[in-house]
Design a protein around this ligand. Sequence first.
Ligand code: HEC
Length: 215
Amino acid sequence: MNRTPLLIFGAFLTFGSAWLGLVAYSYVTLGQLQPVADENTGGVNPPPLSGLAVAGQKVYAANGCVYCHSQDIRPRYLSADIAREPEAEPPVRRTVARDYFRDQPAFVGFLRIGPDLANYGLEKRVAAWNDLHRHLYDSREVVSGSIMPSYRYLYKMRKISGQPSNEAVTGLTGPHAPAPGFEVVPTEDAKVLAAYLLSLKRNDPLPEAPVETKE
Ligand code: HEC
């Protein structure tokens, strides 16, 4: 008996049902997600990224930050992610599919070799601008023994001519600190990357992710 048609049908059924479940179903349920209007601010949530942050997202992708950092806040009953940000106003919440609809690709991440960065922009902001650059330039400037790679190639070491630049990274003391008369300034890539990191926050209200109060 020739079983070839049955075999082909079986293979089709196996791959077809996997495709339906994983690709088609997700596409139908999540593919058309749009931002939702926010009555309090008059804007939309999640808010669009600034132009600088969009450029920074590309640098984030190109440098493989996602291999060590997630951007994924898990629900309160599963983790301490939300409890880590007790001060945030509006309060932080778990992340949902709509949070990533503007990201190409989405940086959900799967490993936390470094801390989750989904809410990095909440506490740090402008005051930390210089610290953030010190960290990216050489992470051991900020955290001794850090295993985060150095992104020194996103910075330029140059001789100070006249006044030092007001963009220069200050307070560098480690082995890669500039010699007297030299300064370290961020390239355009480092500046937009910092803008992207400081824009990261997941506390805009979304209907499908209500704020979870403490048990
Ligand atoms: C090999 C893994 C690895 C890679 C790749 C990596 N990091 Fe990290 N990162 C870490 C670790 C570990 C820490 C925690 C120790 C420290 O602060 O240095 C960290 C800390 C950080 C922090 C401080 C977080 C906080 O809450 O204080 C920021 C910001 C950061 N990384 C950004 C980046 C960016 C941006 C990239 C890509 C350009 C990147 N990291 C790539 C491992 C990594």
